[in-house]
Design a protein around this ligand. Sequence first.
Ligand code: NAD
Length: 261
Amino acid sequence: MQRFVGQTVMVTGGNKGIGRGIATRFAQEGANVAIAAIDKDTPDAARMIAEATGAKVSGYVLDVTDAAAIKATYGEIESTLGPLSVSVQNAGVITIAKVEDLTEREWDFNLDVNTKGVFLCCQEAIRRFRASGIKGRLVNTASGQARQGFIYTPHYAASKFGVVGLTQSLAKELAREGITVNAICPGIIHTDMWDYNDRVWGQMLGTYGPGELMAEWVEGIPMGRAGTPAEVGALVAFLASADAAYITGQTVNVDGGLIMS
Ligand SMILES: NC(=O)c1ccc[n+]([C@@H]2O[C@H](COP(=O)([O-])OP(=O)(O)OC[C@H]3O[C@@H](n4cnc5c(N)ncnc54)[C@H](O)[C@@H]3O)[C@@H](O)[C@H]2O)c1
């Protein structure tokens, strides 16, 4: 399928993990892709995705909590790749702590990146869709923790429930303009973030060795396996495609049946 030929697609956190799976899918489907992430190697990752897919891919080092930097980056993306059609707000962080050890700094860090960062990128993308008259698509990465909070992560769960709320609110404001806004909830996807979860939750929940907590949780997934970044990319591409023109304000799980609500 080549559903995005001639379109410019931005993916935050697109240098690695789930975001890389999303960016790669858009590149395979003919889009001009911009990836923006806090990691310094983001331009290298862009070159690798370009080599692997033959697409035009640009990489930007960006902190999604910095509104001025977001504005400048979206400006550069449009001058390099053309007017924006799709923006995927996927960059995120997690920390894990017992309630009495959870610092205010950690709370702010999770909410700033995961919720404010999504809002600021949506806001800038909307400004650009309105300026160009493109009926753009916004897709926001939430989490299974936007459906159900887990132990030792009240700040992360709050940040991801917040993503669902802002997605619904923006979807209502933008619906008459033909701009859609949807959220996705990945379950267990094997990335660096999940390795951190496995190690830290594993230590806090008992005497788990490397990979053991993940194996136990994966056993509880109806499909019996973790998901891949490519499988998340397939869902995001669908939500950004013409086939999803009548879908907005929705939150879709991509988790092998882990959560069915
Ligand atoms: N891996 C999972 O199982 C899982 C499950 C549910 C939700 N998620 C969500 O999926 C998204 C991607 O997670 P992942 O597993 O690929 O993690 P990852 O750690 O592999 O990647 C995180 C990405 O976010 C970027 N990032 C972090 N802080 C940033 C900032 N301030 N500004 C710009 N970029 C920043 C990093 O550079 C990186 O590209 C996150 O929003 C995460 O919460 C992941």
